[in-house]
Design a protein around this ligand. Structure first.
Ligand code: NAD
Ligand code: ZN
Ligand code: ZN
Length: 342
């Protein structure tokens, strides 16, 4: 099979290897779609020395396709099933893994359990995954919609859940890429007032089009500008999808007293603060990673009930052969989400 790897330094490497056969408990999926995520760009942009151990590992973690073979002991899925892969995996042996709560497994962040690092990912003709990480994709969702659900929409779902214990209130979303824009769509469907902040005018325009009040993230008075939209106090919750240190530094100032800051963006090892302000404003700071496997049916029902257009964040659906050119576009953040097809 043919796949695409990230050796670092903004390069793409084509890798060829025999199509794998599923071992016990494993499932082989023929790729239907896979898409570019902000998280892929970290691997693409990483220095070559950092990517050296993973230079020939297939990239991609938003796989959708058809099951073509299953290993011993797999009761579900069966061959022919349309499926999505839940890309966070674990050791496969601990209590959390048995409950499919992979994010709580101590091994969840080990390279060996992570696509694009120790495991081949979805930017290849086939992808091999443990059966527990496979989720059904009903016929009323297309393959590209499945890729959006698998990571970006699901991440946004988890983040909005972490931002509010009850519906209502005002949400600010910092960063309006595919993850942030899906946060806007979900919060608007729940009837919340949403403020969208981004340094990209194009991304602000899209968010405005789906009901957000937008603020330019490059403004030196961005905190005051966000607060003024709420009448002065600040939003009840903020979700950060930028992962940028300069933003982390101002989130606590921007949120309302007793408010919640949800961290989603990755990429920089910076801190949220300052601590006296966190304490005195009684701010809750939470990290949010993907969604729970158990949320999948409810998430799909939510999309159906609110008639959410999952393709809002998708700019291009293109053949996988255009991988290298499309990564350059994604790197420049000139496009929305890019979905590859086979
Ligand atoms: N926690 C999770 O489960 C999870 C899952 C998927 C992705 N991610 C991470 O979430 C982030 C967002 O993913 P994405 O695909 O939407 O990425 P993206 O790169 O397309 O979006 C990030 C957005 O932040 C904006 N931005 C950058 N600096 C800013 C600033 N100073 N002020 C305001 N906006 C600014 C950019 O213009 C861009 O539109 C990435 O860091 C990704 O790694 C986390
Ligand atoms: Zn992703
Ligand atoms: Zn485990």
């Amino acid at each position: 099979m043919k796949g695409y790897a990230f050796p670092g330094g903004r390069e793409v490497a084509v890798v060829e290897r025999p199509t794998p056969s599923p071992g016990p408990g494993e499932v082989l999926i023929k790729s239907g779609t896979s898409s570019v995520c902000g998280s892929d760009l970290h691997g693409y942009r990483a220095p070559k020395q950092d990517r050296a151990p993973f230079a020939a590992v297939v990239s991609g973690h938003e796989p959708v396709g058809e099951v073509v073979a299953v290993g011993d002991g797999v009761a579900w899925p069966t061959v022919g099933e349309r499926v999505v892969v839940y890309h966070v995996g674990g050791c496969g042996e601990c209590g959390s893994c048995h409950e499919r709560d992979y994010k709580a497994c101590p091994g969840a962040t080990e390279p060996d359990n992570s696509m694009t690092f120790g495991r081949d990912g979805s930017n290849a003709d086939h992808v091999l995954v443990p059966a527990g990480q496979v989720l059904p994709l009903p016929e009323d969702f297309s393959y590209p919609e499945g890729s959006v659900l698998s990571c970006n929409f699901g991440t946004a779902w988890g983040a909005v859940r972490n931002a509010f214990s009850f519906p209502g209130g005002t949400l600010a979303v910092w960063g309006l890429g595919p993850v942030g824009l899906n946060c806007v769509l979900i919060a608007r469907a729940l009837g919340m007032k949403v403020i969208g902040v981004d340094i990209s005018e194009g991304r602000r325009e899209v968010a405005e089009g789906v009901g957000a009040t937008v603020v330019d993230g490059a403004r030196s008075d961005v905190v005051e500008a966000v607060r003024s939209v709420t009448g002065g106090d600040g939003p009840d919750a903020i979700i950060d999808t930028t992962g940028v240190g300069a933003v982390h530094a101002i989130l606590v100032s921007a949120v309302k007293p007793r408010g919640t800051v949800v961290l989603v963006g990755l990429g920089h090892e910076t801190s949220v603060g300052p601590v006296p302000e966190v304490v005195l404003k009684q701010v809750t700071i939470k990290g949010s990673w993907l969604y729970d496997v158990a949320d999948w049916p409810e998430m799909l029902d939510f999309v159906r009930q609110h008639e959410i257009d999952l393709m809002t964040t998708v700019d291009k659906v293109v053949p996988i052969a255009e991988f290298e050119t499309m990564l350059k576009e994604a790197d420049a953040a000139s496009a929305g989400k890019i979905v590859f097809t086979w």
